[in-house]
Design a protein around this ligand. Structure first.
Ligand code: NAD
Ligand code: LMR
Length: 329
């Protein structure tokens, strides 16, 4: 039996599709470790249907008899959900449907992150960390972080790990190797079709991925768009946006942010790195330096092609910021 103090984890949109694929894995120890007890603080919109569905999910969590799940809080109020939390996982928001881009959600979803950013800053634990999944996640995290007066901006991250996982999987498939042979593939920029999955520094079996694949045209003209538009392809095939793979990526995102030495793609406050505009949140490689803390790896030299891709995704991030500028203080 573990003697660790439980950590408090808020999950918003807990009765949604990603919530259903996520909560059971958190409660079983896949996100924070098999000896780390958790208290789940679950937020849903304060209306009957979602609140009832949330109760049902909580009943199922109870029925799993997870040894690590110490308690649950079910609520429709942000200040209750984020009270004393060590991690806030912001999933709750509208997903896109067929034919939409994630940016089409900006106006609807953006305002959710004002209230939630404010509530987190007011009531979360001093060591609180925030991971945003709700789309468009780069701009939503910027909106939330913009409300923070107490918590530093580097505590606010958004998820591009699903893109990294997709990018690695597609390289492994093309090369006919195990996923474990693909490394150093990092995502730059927006979680959108403009993202740059940097194959130029990726490795397959420790060798330069581009030379192992041996087909630059495929990498530029097929691979990049396939990774960038994978979310839309899933929506087209499933009729719903990705949920299990998104939940899985969030587990990877948070677990690796707590694993010292892990190197992984995270959307962070760019601070002008890699040519991104100051103040936008852009995907880039980070190295975890202490549980929850990271430094951005800035040593990758970009060639002209990579620079042009980064410029494109940066332009989109700047455009999104312009669209929601009324939501920033
Ligand atoms: P869903 O519609 O199944 O569930 C969303 C849930 O959020 C719903 O239950 C809804 O009631 C709740 N919700 C809405 N507003 C809320 C608020 N203000 N507070 C609390 N809860 C609220 O959607 P889903 O499939 O779970 O997707 C959730 C979000 O995640 C979408 O925006 C989707 O586009 C995004 N997403 C991001 C990634 C990524 O890689 N970043 C991947 C997949 C999905
Ligand atoms: C994804 O990448 O699967 C999600 O962001 C959902 C979407 O709208 O594409």
């Amino acid at each position: 039996m573990t003697t660790k103090t439980p950590i408090r984890v808020a999950v918003t949109g807990a009765a949604g599709n990603i919530g259903y694929a996520l909560l059971f894995r958190i409660a079983s120890g896949e996100m924070f470790g098999k000896d780390q007890p958790v208290i789940l603080q679950l937020l849903e919109i304060p209306v009957e249907g979602p609140q009832k569905a949330l109760k049902g999910v909580a009943m199922e969590l109870e029925d799993c008899a997870f040894p690590l799940l110490q308690d649950m809080v079910l609520t429709g109020e942000a200040e209750v959900a984020f009270k004393d939390v060590n991690w806030a996982l912001l999933v709750g928001s509208k997903p896109r449907g067929p034919g939409m881009e994630r940016a089409d959600l900006l106006k609807d979803n953006g305002k959710i992150f004002i209230a939630q950013g404010k509530a987190i800053d007011a009531v979360a634990a001093d060591n609180a960390r925030v991971a945003v999944v709700g789309n468009p996640c780069n701009t939503n995290v910027m909106i939330a972080a913009n409300q923070a007066k107490r918590l530093p901006k580097d505590r606010f991250t958004a998820m591009v790990r699903l893109d990294e996982n997709r990018g690695r999987a597609q390289l492994a498939k093309k090369a006919g190797v195990s996923i474990n042979d693909v490394s150093d593939l990092f995502i730059y920029g927006n979680h959108s079709p403009t993202m740059f999955a940097d194959f130029t520094h990726a490795k397959i079996g420790g060798k330069d991925a581009a030379s192992v694949i041996g087909d630059e045209a495929w990498l530029k003209n097929e691979y990049l768009p396939a990774v960038g538009k994978r979310g839309a392809a899933i929506i087209e095939a499933r009729g719903l946006s990705s949920a299990a793979s998104a939940a899985n990526a969030l587990i990877d995102h948070v677990r690796d942010l707590n694993t010292v030495g892990a190197i992984h793609s995270v959307a962070v406050d760019s601070q002008g790195r890699y040519g991104f505009a100051e103040g936008v949140w852009a995907g880039m490689p980070v190295k975890t330096t202490a549980p929850g803390a990271y430094e951005v790896i800035t040593s990758y030299e970009m060639d002209d092609f990579a620079k042009s891709k980064i410029a494109l995704t940066n332009d989109e991030l700047v455009g999104e910021r312009e669209t929601i500028k009324d939501l920033l203080v």
